[in-house]
Design a protein around this ligand. Structure first.
Ligand code: MN
Length: 303
C-alpha cells in the first residue's frame, strides 16, 4: 500500500492500478489543517486498528489524479529523524581519498553510530531544495532509502526488527560539506526531502535487495543496493533503539552510497528506488542562511 500526505494534512491511498489518490482523511482519524501536522504519525500508531477500514474506503471511493493534488512530506512531524553516516564501502573510500584530498581515517560506519537531522529540515516532493548562500561551500546530494518506523520499541533485537518497520520512502540527505557540527550542516530547511509516499513494508519482499539510483539533470550519479549496506536495516533498528525509544513515524535515513557531489541553482535531482517510489526535485538558490559561522575556512571534507 502507498500512503500519501497531501493538500496540507490530508491522508490518501494511491491506487496501485490507476495511480489515483483516494482521500481517506476522515476514516484515518485525522483532522486536516491541524497543527502540529501529526496526522500521519497518529495513523501509523493506529495502523493495526485502522488498516482494514482504510482499505475498504479505498475500494469504495473514487480517486483523483495524483497530479491534481499537492503532495506533502509523508511524515511531517516525526518524533525524530535518525541518520546513518557513510554506510557503503565505496562511499567511505571516496570520502577518505576523494575530491578534496581529505584526511585518511579509520572511519567505519559500523563503529560510528548515527546522528540526528533536525525534523524541520523535512520537505516534500512538491517543494524545491533551497540552497543557502554560503559562498564557496559545496552542498551535496546524498541518495538514501528512508525507513518509516511503525511500532514503538526500545532495545529491539535484530530478529524483531521487521515488526518495527512500517514502510519505506525516498530520502535525500542534503549537506554542506565542511568541518562544522554535522547537525548544523545537514539541517537547513529543505535538506531532508522525503516522498513521494510511504510504501508499506509488506510490499517489499527483501529489505536486503532494494535498488536505488540518483540522477542530476538526467545523468546518473549514485546507484546502490541495500545488499551492500555495512550496517544493515535490522542492525540500524537494533543500534538506534539501544539508545532511544523508537516511535511510530520516526524516520531513519540509511546512509548514502558512492557518487555524492555538489548541486547548484537550476539543477534537477531525481531519486528512484525500485518498488518504493521516485521523485524529481528542483534545486533553487535561496536568500537566507548566511552567518559568520560559515565564513572561516573550514571547508574540509568531513562527512
Ligand atoms: Mn547521509
Amino acid at each position: 500500500m502507498k500512503l500519501v500526505s497531501f493538500n496540507c494534512g490530508r491522508i490518501g491511498l494511491v491506487e496501485p492500478q490507476t495511480g489515483r489518490v483516494v482521500d481517506v482523511t476522515d476514516v484515518a482519524g485525522v483532522e486536516p489543517q491541524a497543527w502540529p501536522p501529526v496526522g500521519m504519525v497518529r495513523l501509523i500508531a493506529d495502523w493495526p486498528a485502522r488498516r482494514a477500514v482504510l482499505e475498504a474506503a479505498a475500494r469504495a471511493r473514487e480517486g483523483r489524479p495524483l497530479d491534481e493534488v499537492r503532495l506533502d512530506a509523508p511524515v511531517q512531524w516525526p518524533n525524530k529523524v535518525i541518520a546513518f553516516p557513510a554506510n557503503y564501502h565505496a562511499h567511505i573510500d571516496e570520502m577518505k581519498y576523494g575530491t578534496n584530498g581529505g584526511v585518511v581515517s579509520k572511519f567505519q560506519a559500523s563503529g560510528q553510530g548515527f546522528f540526528l537531522k533536525a525534523n524541520s529540515s523535512l520537505s516534500g516532493p512538491a517543494e524545491p531544495i533551497v540552497l543557502p548562500p554560503l559562498g564557496g561551500r559545496e552542498i551535496h546530494h546524498e541518495c538514501e532509502l528512508g525507513i518509516i518506523v511503525g511500532k514503538r520499541g526500545r532495545a529491539i533485537a535484530r530478529e524483531q526488527s521487521h515488526e518495527h518497520v512500517f514502510g519505506f520512502t525516498c530520502l535525500l540527505d542534503m549537506v554542506v560539506r565542511g568541518k562544522e557540527e554535522r547537525v548544523m550542516r545537514k539541517s537547513f530547511d529543505t535538506f531532508c526531502p522525503t516522498g513521494p509516499w510511504i510504501t508499506t513494508a509488506d510490499e517489499v519482499a527483501d529489505f536486503g535487495a532494494i535498488e536505488m539510483r540518483l540522477f542530476v539533470n538526467g545523468e546518473e550519479r549514485q546507484s546502490a543496493t541495500t545488499r551492500d549496506l555495512i550496517v544493515d536495516i535490522p542492525e540500524m533498528i537494533a543500534m538506534s533503539s539501544a539508545v532511544m525509544t523508537l516511535e511510530p513515524g520516526d524516520i531513519i535515513a540509511t546512509g548514502t552510497p558512492a557518487g555524492v557531489g555538489p548541486v547548484k541553482d537550476g539543477d534537477v535531482i531525481e531519486i528512484v528506488i525500485d518498488g518504493i517510489g521516485a521523485m524529481r526535485l528542483p534545486v533553487v538558490q535561496g536568500a537566507v542562511g548566511e552567518h559568520a559561522v560559515w565564513d572561516t575556512d573550514k571547508a574540509g571534507f568531513a562527512v
